[in-house]
Write a protein that binds this ligand. Structure first.
Ligand code: MG
Length: 170
């Protein structure tokens, strides 16, 4: 019979999957930062932080995998110290929390959902940056972008969504 007590958990393989989702609304007079890269566009993403929707989804995937709640709990959006902050800081802090428990990233796969701007010219730069931030070889990082076929808030160009799946090991 299975139970969730610590004793049983100790006998299990230290390999976990995490999933993350995030979305932000487009707004004028904001930078568009995706995966830590500044993307030239006439709109940016509205948020308390820099609005990096991709990094936020990745943060939640890592926290989910490690059983450490979520980004909103760790970095509340009513806390002044996180105002307009570079979301790479969130990611590095979270990676440190995982490293403290001997977790390392095995691979990451993520998808951006947006109509515009076209992300193709920036994907390699984003992968390289995420690989550096996550201390993981870039061939274990995958970033894809697709449209939502003009349906819903992403399809209507109202904002950007991102999903991320990560595996961590120790
Ligand atoms: Mg967010």
């Amino acid at each position: 019979m299975r139970s969730n007590n610590k004793e049983d958990s100790d006998n299990m393989t230290d390999f976990r999957i995490g999933f993350g989702y995030d979305s932000h609304k487009f707004a004028p007079d904001r930078p568009l930062i995706i995966g830590g890269i500044a993307i030239p566009f006439h709109l940016g993403l509205l948020a308390h932080s820099d609005g990096d929707v991709l990094i936020h989804a990745i943060c939640d995937s890592l926290l989910g995998a490690a059983g450490m709640k979520d980004i909103g709990t760790l970095f509340p959006d009513n806390d002044k110290q996180w105002e307009n902050i570079d979301s790479s800081v969130f990611l590095s802090n979270i990676l440190q929390l995982l490293e403290n428990e001997n977790w390392k990233v095995n691979n990451l796969d993520c998808t951006l959902i947006l109509e515009l701007p076209k992300m193709k010219p920036y994907i390699d730069m984003i992968v390289k940056n995420l690989a550096k931030l996550l201390k993981t070889p870039s061939d274990r990082i995958s970033v894809k972008a697709k449209t939502n076929e003009k349906m819903g808030f992403t399809g209507h160009g109202e904002g950007v969504a991102a999903v991320a799946a990560v595996t961590i090991v120790k």
